[in-house]
Every structure is written in C-alpha cells, then in structure tokens.
Write a protein that binds this ligand. Structure first.
Ligand code: ZN
Length: 442
C-alpha cells in the first residue's frame, strides 16, 4: 500500500518529451510578439487571453491606487498610435513599425517642436547605433521616443510634429493565475513577468515555458498544487504577495522563470535561503543534464525573486534563466527579437523545468525497517537487473538508500551524496518499499 501511495504521487509524464514542443512554444512567442505590453493595459489582457487558450487562467484586475506594501498600483496605460513626422508630414519614427519606439507609460502629447527641443525626449544607444532601446517611465510622468542612434544623428534640423495618442487613467493592473490543485495544499509557485512589449527573450520566452509547463502538469497526477502567476515585473509580484500574505507559507518551492529562449546555457540563481529544497533540486537537474550551466548566489538585483526573497517573506524561490539580464548585448533592445531565440532552447528550458518538478514531486524521506546491519538483498530477489541500470550501480543505489533512510535524509540528498541520479534513487526506493525494507518517514 505504501508503495502504491508513493508511486501514485509521481507525475507520470516523460520530461524528455518536451523536445516535441519546441515549435508550438516558438509559435506562441511569435503570436505574442507584436503586442504592446506594459505593466498595465490592454496589451497585458490580450496576452493573457492568448495564454488562456492553452491553460486554465484566472485573470485578476487590481484597481489603480491599490496599495501593495510600500507601493501603489499605478494608473492604467494604453496607447493607440504614436509618431514623429517631419515637415513634409512623413512619419520618420512610427510606433506602428515597432512599439519600442515609444517610452512605455508616455503621457499623451500632440505638438510641433524644433529638433533641439525634441532631442530632450529622444533615447538612443551610441554604443549600439543600429538598435532601438527599450525604455520605461512608470513612476515619473513624462514622454519620449526611442530610436537607433544612426537615425537620430540623421534627423535634419527643422520642426517635427510629435504625437503620442495614449491614455494614463484610473483603471487596473491585470495579472493571470493558473492554479492546478494537487493532493496537498502545499504549493509550487512559478512566476513570470508579462510587462515587456515586443521583446522576445525578455518576457515572451518565460511566458512560453511557463504556459507549456502548466500544460504538461495539467494531465499529470500532482502531489503539490501548482500556481503559475503571469504578472508584471516588480509591481505584479508585490501585488500578488500583498493579496496572498496570509497564504504564502503554503509556498514550499518556487521559481521565477525568465529569459529562457536564447542560445546561452542555463543559469540558476539560488533563493535567498540558498540551500532550500528547490535549490538542491535545480542544481541536481542541471548537473545530471550533462550540459554546461551556471549557478549564482542570491542577490537583491534582477527580477521578481527580489520580492519573494525580501526579508519579510524569504520564500524558497530561485530564478531560472539562460543568459542573465544585462548579460547579453541584445538585452532591452530591438535585437531581442524573434531571431534571438531558438525553439530548441525553449524546449530545453522546459525539459529541465519539468525535471525539476519531477524531482520535487518524488523527493521524500523514508525509514529503513531493517536498520541493524545490512539486510540480505539477494534473498529478497533485489539483485535482478533493473531496466537500463547495471547490477553494481543498482547495488550502490540500494546500499545508499538503505543506509541514509533514517528519516533525516531525503532521496534527493541521498542521490547527491551518492553521486547518483535522483531517478535511480527514487526507483530504488520504490523497490525497497515493495520489499518491505523501507517505510514512509513520519
Ligand atoms: Zn526586462
């Protein structure tokens, strides 16, 4: 019975099957790419509507002015059109060509002004003169345009018509939640931000990985409940935390999943706790993947792990990414586009995230029921071959699992100490449960 109870809790999908999802994941990114998102507004709603076609998503609206700890939900920003036109009436900078051209949260403007005055509202990158920068002004009322430095330098003197047809008005902040209940109310929190406009790696790759991870989990038996949160950066996690402050103790493990589509190797940033179970599970999955990877310590810089790892919460939430923020030259520029990300990278990110979930689902503690000396394995038929595992490796796994199953060591800790794959230790534990040599630790 214990054997079945243990095994029934396992998620029955094959994490490697994620490779088949490379194309659908990329197609989702391509579909979301043109939408002009910000921390509030219709672009976020349109994005969540599309995500909601793939997974069950509850959309929450939080009114402007709502407090979230030391922060306040800002007014809602929406934009229909924006351009800079020259004296001949030609649009030389056009929001319709690229939504990065407008500083996000720009206040409305409709004026004609000389180039000298307009320059104060232009942003470009002298070191990357062909790229359009991505700029925001959420908490300071201003307006601006972004353009390539080459184009900026080529603007002739004269008067320009400047139009930003935007609204900044009381409305709401929108976020989406996909809750997949499990056998336990203990939760695994997966968070990704939704506030960037036409940028592919920085936010759409994370949205794609989270959406497809949720899809895989929908059809799996789940020990934990899984809560996927699609919300704007910083203010979104603050709002979510402020609305769940009494329930965050349910979060047993968590990941911020962002920047997961470029060709760089995977990179994990540990939770503020540093050695939480999720930190161990991620590092085990990365190590056993055979690919190169990096692990960094927590720092109060980056994405929403900063809020989950603020001292008042100190949640076991790490961050999974490929190239880190500011760590790739295309970051926050028009070069973070569909050509930067690769379907295989999205699928690889998904596969590793699924393996992390698989480890969390299967990680338990047991008690050796025959702890006085080693039990005789041969007599119990435990030396027969197990699919794909040599007899010596299998024996090693049994001896480690029996020796460390004192109620204090988890299967993941045993796998790490033995230098063996978690999946081998978990299967071994199943067999030892079958043979009556293990029992679930209280
Ligand atoms: Zn960003």
């Amino acid at each position: 019975m214990k054997h079945d109870a243990h095994r029934a809790d396992r998620a029955p999908w094959d994490p490697i099957a994620g490779a088949d999802l490379a194309r659908p994941m990329y197609d989702l990114v391509r579909r979301l790419f043109p939408i002009c998102r910000s921390i509030t507004g219709e672009g976020v709603r349109d994005t969540l509507r599309i995500v909601g076609e793939l997974i069950p998503l509850t959309v929450h609206e939080v009114a402007s002015g709502t407090r979230a700890f030391d922060w306040t939900v800002p007014r809602e920003w929406n934009i229909r059109d924006a351009y800079i036109a020259n004296a001949q009436g030609n649009r030389v900078v056009d929001f319709r060509c690229n939504n990065l051209h407008v500083v996000s949260y720009s206040t409305p403007v409709r004026r004609t002004m000389p180039l000298g005055e307009l320059q104060r509202h232009l942003h470009s990158l002298p070191d990357q003169p062909d790229l359009i920068p991505y700029r925001t002004s959420y908490y300071e009322e201003t307006w601006g345009f972004c353009l390539s430095h080459h184009q900026r330098q080529s603007l002739p003197d004269g008067d320009y018509e400047v139009v930003i047809d935007s609204t900044l008005a009381d409305g709401s902040l929108t976020y989406g939640e996909c809750l997949l209940p499990g056998a336990s109310n203990d939760e695994v929190l997966i968070y990704t931000h939704t506030c960037h406009p036409s940028l592919a790696n920085d936010n759409l790759s994370g949205i794609a990985v989270c959406t497809f991870l949720a899809r895989q989990l929908m059809s799996a038996r789940r020990r934990y409940s899984y809560r996927f949160v699609f919300a704007p950066g910083t203010i979104g996690s603050l709002v979510w935390l402020s609305r769940h402050a009494d329930r965050v103790s349910r979060v047993r493990h968590g990941l911020v999943a962002v920047l997961l589509g470029d060709s760089g190797s995977l990179r994990y940033k540990r939770s503020r706790i540093g050695n939480a179970e999720v930190d161990r599970a991620v590092q085990h999955a990365l190590k056993r993947s055979g690919a190169t990877y990096d692990v960094e310590a927590f720092s109060p810089y980056g994405y929403d792990e900063r809020q989950f790892g603020s001292p008042g919460f100190n949640l076991p939430v790490g961050r999974m990414s490929r190239s880190p923020n500011s760590g790739y030259p295309e970051y926050h520029t028009s070069a973070d586009n569909l050509a930067l990300i690769r379907p295989e990278s999205l699928a690889d990110s998904l596969s590793v995230c699924a393996q992390i979930v698989e480890i969390l689902e299967g990680n338990r503690r047991f008690l050796n029921t025959s702890p006085f000396g080693e039990p005789q394995l041969g007599r119990r038929g435990l030396y027969r071959p197990m699919g794909g595992v040599s007899v010596p490796e299998r024996e090693t796994a049994m001896l480690w699992t029996l020796n460390r199953s004192d109620g204090a060591h988890s299967l993941l800790e045993i796998a790490d100490e033995a230098g063996l794959d978690f999946e081998l230790i978990r299967r071994t534990a199943d067999e030892l449960l079958d043979a009556g040599l293990l029992t679930t630790a209280p």
